[in-house]
Structures are given as structure tokens and as C-alpha cells.
Design a protein around this ligand. Sequence first.
Ligand code: AQP
Length: 355
Amino acid sequence: MTSFKPIVFSGVQPTGNLHLGNYLGAIKKFVALQQSHDCIYCVVDMHAITVWQDPVELMNSTREVTAAFLAAGIDAEKHIVFNQSRVAQHAELAWVFNCVARMGWLNRMTQFKEKAGKDRENASVGLFSYPNLMASDILVYRATHVPVGDDQKQHLELCRDIAQKFNNDYSERIADLKLGVEMMVGREKINGYFPLTEPLIEGPATRIMSLRDGTKKMSKSDPSDLSRINLTDDTDAIAKKFRKARTDPDALPSESAGLAGRPEADNLVGIYAALADSSKDDVLREFGGRQFSEFKPALADLAVANLAPVAGEMRRISRDLTYIDGVLGDGAAKARTIAGETMGHVRDIVGLLQD
Ligand code: AQP
């Protein structure tokens, strides 16, 4: 049985300050996966404009996220790094997926509801159809695995639904054109063109929470800078933000079950575990019974040890715009080759005449 070549795809939006959640939930995993997979990492600028972006800041942020990828250790020579808008096939396939996905599916997306808020009528159409573009980002490379934070789980499920409906709607045509790859869907063996992509959402840092409110995700758009550790924060800022992080008055428990109902403690222990490449139980074996006044400085030291080299390298790379633009241009050329082949197949499958 032929099967899909394992390919990793993921993206980060150039929408402002990259933070510890982006780093631990996504970028750190991107780096690790390079050892075992062919990886494609994208700065998703077309997703960014689903809400208003200042044009000059958008260009700066696109380069800044690229610098963060490179500074964290992504190898743009062996793998592919580029910005989404340079590869037109993302938008082209997204249109086909606009015609495959159902309104009801998109209506259920919680991120749209959160981002559109009460003023739904005034949200852009792009914000609503964002998950279709995300499915296209992934499937235009027929990527099999996507490392993301837990907040993206629902979008990945939609991506699988789109792939499955496309494979199903066009099954005869895919077979006639001999473009199918055999795969198991449940117990059924089918011949599909798109893989049912697996999310990689693992480890203690799948959802890093705000330092001011343990029930809210750490986010670029939170108005309080104290809510997040930015990748570019210096030692003093990191120490101050952890010192001011909200906690409860109790000492740390000795095992992770004791974190239930203590969202802020759970979050800080999870951050420590992710930074130390260990587990919450390991962290609590060391710190169980101790007060936050002891734990927070240790956490700040560990964060600085992890982030300072990345921030320093980011600053160095950010000064060399020619280098960054070269990486993005070369990456886009490599990406276009793969995406162009997929779109050629998709046009044939769907019945769109082409040159
Ligand atoms: N708090 C988080 N914990 C773990 N992972 C996270 N990610 C984002 N926040 C956390 C993961 O980072 C990757 C890139 O995210 P993104 O920038 O494309 O979009 P986002 O999820 O919308 O990020 P923000 O910070 O929440 O931005 P705003 O405030 O603009 O909405 C994704 O893999 C995401 O899961």
C-alpha cells in the first residue's frame, strides 16, 4: 500500500509580539520535528489581515517572525520557510475549499466567535472563512502532521473534514486519474487525494495561559503586557512578569493531581516543565511543598536561560533584512514547486481547464 510521505506543516501569524505560548506551543516543537520530518514553516500573513493590520507593521512583523524561526533553530536550507502570500496556490486551493466546506461547519468554530465577539456582523468574511484557508495551507503540501497549540485543535478537525469530503465527493475522478493514495478511514480502506492530517498537540505546554488570569490563553492581542512573556523581553522584564504573575496563597502540591482547580499554579508548573523538557510531576517532585516566592525566581531563571539566546539571535538576524528576505524568497520558490503540483492535480480532479 502506498502511503503519504510524512510532511510537517505549521504557521504563525505576524500579528505582533511573539510570546512564550507561541514559543512553547509551536516554535520549539517546529525545531524538534526537523530531525525526523521534512518540514514546511510559514509566516501566515494572509491570516493576519483577517483583522486590520497596519501595512508597514505587517511587513515588519513578517520579518520578525521569520527571524524568530531562524533564531530558534529552524534550518531554512534543509527545510522550507516562507511567507504565505508569496505562494498564490494557498489562496487558490482555499477557494476550492470554500466550495467544499459547509456553512454549518464554520458556524461552529469557537475561535471565530471569540474573535468576532458581539459585533459579528462587522467581522470580515476572511475571519469567518479563515479555517478554510488554514486547511489549504496544510493540504496544498499534503502535510501529514501539524504541530500546534491546543487552541488550533478544532481548526485541524475541520481540515480533516474538508479532506474527507473532497476525497469522497471526487472519489471516482481521483481513481480515474490515478491520483489516489490508499488510506484507512476507520476500518474502511479508501483512495483519497488528501491525507487526514494529524495534529501534534502534546506535552505540558499545549495551552499556556495568561499570567494575569489562569483561565485565559496567553495571547498577542491581550492589552496587558504583564499577561505574557514576549520573546524579546529582557531579563528584568521576565523576572518582573513572573513575580507579578497571579497565584493562589497555597504552597505547591507534591504531584500534578493537586493542581486541579488551581489554574494559575497549573500554568506556571506547566511552563516550567515545558522549558525544562520534563513533566509537571517531575517539577513537583522538586518544588512540591514550596511557596511561589521560591518557585517564581527559579522559573524566571529558567525562562531567561531558554529565551535569552533566542532573543539575542533574533536581534542579530533582524538587522539583516537582505538575509531574511532572501530566506523568504528562496523558501517560497521551493514551496511553489510542491503547491503548484498539487493545484495542477486539484484542477484536473475538480474539472477546471488549465494550460
Ligand atoms: N497560549 C498559547 N499556548 C500554546 N500555544 C499557543 N499558540 C498561540 N497561543 C498559544 C500557538 O502558537 C501558534 C501560532 O499562533 P498564531 O500566532 O498563528 O495565532 P494565535 O493562536 O491566534 O496566537 P495569539 O497569540 O492568540 O494571537 P492573537 O492574540 O492575535 O489571537 C499556533 O500553533 C498556536 O496554537
